[in-house]
Design a protein around this ligand. Structure first.
Ligand code: UDP
Ligand code: UDP
Length: 475
């Protein structure tokens, strides 16, 4: 094969390294990529290309990429037309999972696409969902180093890397019991992504196959920092989780970019002006991620709980998985008269908000969250205490363990999202919201975590140094 090598002529002449990014789908996956890309682009030390799979899944993603390329004209865009996914067995699959599968099945087309990139590529950075397909293309076909930019915490990375060893040892093909991850500890069966209990789920198959390949990566970039997850990072680096694990670069918390703000449409729904009028640390921010549609009954309980708490609140309500399909009006999903009753002290919105700007706002005193890792790192960076209400399907309960061990929030393990059987009632929501709002120890710890985050990314800090070390591998 006519393989590009990392020591190609361009670099011998001192040209900057050329990084090719291959992101996946879902805003939770795309945000860390664009944040990392923007951080590199503003330093100007590397040439950057981004592979864009077409068509994009959600409106938010399409807008997001448009804004990224507009803000950084030097970044090259490589369009990647996916093969059609004609597979009746996949009918009804989550649209984002389907997109990952589609990217995976088209991955063999990436070889020629990247081999043709100019200047010659120096390394590839891809998403974990594509690891088992992209790493072999990078290494065997293109002879390029391949790094994974992981979108979750170091604790989740440890679990993911260890999971193949667990299934092999337990002679199973799915999550069948508690898991002891060396260097991390005992994880009860209901902590890891619950979808892994289903051996036939596409996610389970992708997860195991990506986990098997991860040790072949040349480096793992993590959106975390040493002070936030000291044990998990040490376990990975010391080879306790998996021996011979690739170098780990903890470069977080990644900062949001100005392009994200541009991607937020219209100022009409912006909550910032409203927040400006609220007293310091008085507002509970309630949001459950970009694609977690709650059951209507649970939405009603949340509304009643916020009302009963007596606290001011900013609540982002989502009722569909893909934003393009969201046609419901707020009045259709909230109780009759709710908006009138909370007028002035509660703001409810359905549109995309600039979440980092919200969390950074001095009026915000608590974040009730589904525990998406991006959201948690944003809250940590802004020093905002959390009330963790993790989803069970994905990584969110493992993420909640990080909030708990770092001490900047409360996680009530019995709070679930599993529909009617286990609705969390309004009275309990009201009580816990009030309790955490008044908990001095948690808010003091949150402020400290915020200071540690700032220190980590400043020159001389652990994440800053990790970033330099990563860049040095590209030379
Ligand atoms: N986000 C946002 N505005 C919204 C909803 C989400 O800015 O209205 C951002 C949020 O700040 C975070 C990302 O979208 O960076 C969501 O990622 P996360 O990992 O927290 O959860 P996910 O939505 O992927 O489950
Ligand atoms: N994930 C993984 N391997 C895979 C696919 C996903 O480790 O093959 C991780 C992913 O990084 C995330 C978690 O599994 O931490 C759940 O993924 P998903 O994007 O569904 O979660 P969400 O966006 O809902 O947070």
């Amino acid at each position: 094969a006519l393989a590009a090598t990392p020591t190609s002529g361009d670099q011998a002449r001192g040209a900057p390294p050329h990084l090719i990014f291959i992101p996946s789908a879902g805003m939770g996956h795309i945000h860390p990529f664009s944040r990392f890309i923007a951080a590199l682009a503003s330093q100007g030390a590397v040439d950057i290309s981004v592979v864009i799979a077409l068509p994009t899944v959600s409106e938010a993603e399409a807008d997001h990429f448009t804004a990224l390329f507009a803000a950084f004209p030097a970044i090259r865009r490589i369009d990647f037309n996916l093969l059609p996914l004609d597979d009746a067995t996949l009918a009804g699959t989550d649209p984002f999972l389907l997109r990952w599968e589609s990217l995976r099945r088209s991955a063999h087309l990436l070889g020629p696409l990247i081999a043709g990139a100019a200047p010659r590529a120096s390394a590839i950075v891809t998403d974990i969902t594509l690891a088992s397909q992209v790493i072999p293309v990078a290494k065997n076909e293109l002879r390029l180093p391949c790094h994974i930019l992981f979108i979750s915490c170091a604790t989740m990375m440890s679990f993911l890397a260890y999971f193949p060893t667990y299934v092999d040892g337990a002679n199973t093909d799915h999550l069948a019991g508690d898991v002891d991850v060396p260097g991390i500890g005992h994880l009860p069966v209901d902590y890891p992504p619950q979808v892994l209990r289903d051996p036939d789920n596409l996610f389970t198959k992708q997860f195991i196959s990506n986990g098997r390949e991860i040790a072949e990566a040349d480096g793992i970039l993590l959106n975390t920092f040493d002070a936030l997850e000291p044990e998990a990072l040490a376990a990975l680096r010391d080879g306790k989780v998996v021996s011979g694990f690739p170098p780990v670069f903890a470069v977080g918390p990644l900062k949001s970019t100005s392009t994200e703000k541009e991607a937020v449409h219209g100022g009409a729904s912006s909550p910032i002006a409203w927040l400006d009028e609220q007293p310091a640390r008085s507002v509970v921010y309630v949001a459950f991620g970009n694609r977690n549609a709650a059951a209507l009954e649970q939405i009603h309980e949340i509304g009643a709980g916020l009302e009963a708490s007596g606290c001011r609140f900013l609540w982002v309500v989502k009722t569909t998985v893909v934003d393009r399909e969201d046609t419901a009006e707020l009045n259709d999903v909230l109780d009759d008269g709710f908006l009138g009753r909370v007028h002035g002290r509660g703001l409810v919105i359905k549109e995309w908000v600039d979440q980092e700007a919200v969390l950074r706002h001095p009026a915000v005193g608590l974040y009730v969250s589904h525990c998406g890792w991006n959201s948690v790192t944003e809250s940590a960076a802004c020093g905002v205490p959390m009330l963790a209400w993790p989803m069970t399907l994905g990584d969110q309960r493992l993420v909640a363990t990080v909030i708990r061990s770092a001490g900047f929030g409360l996680w009530l393990e019995h709070w679930s999202w599993d529909r009617e059987s286990s609705l969390v009632r309004a009275a309990e929501i009201a009580e816990k919201v009030k309790a955490v709002m008044g908990e001095e120890a948690i808010s003091a710890r949150a402020k400290e975590v915020g200071r540690e985050a700032t220190k980590a990314v400043a020159p001389g800090g652990s994440s800053h140094r990790s970033m330099q070390e990563f860049l040095a591998t590209l030379k």
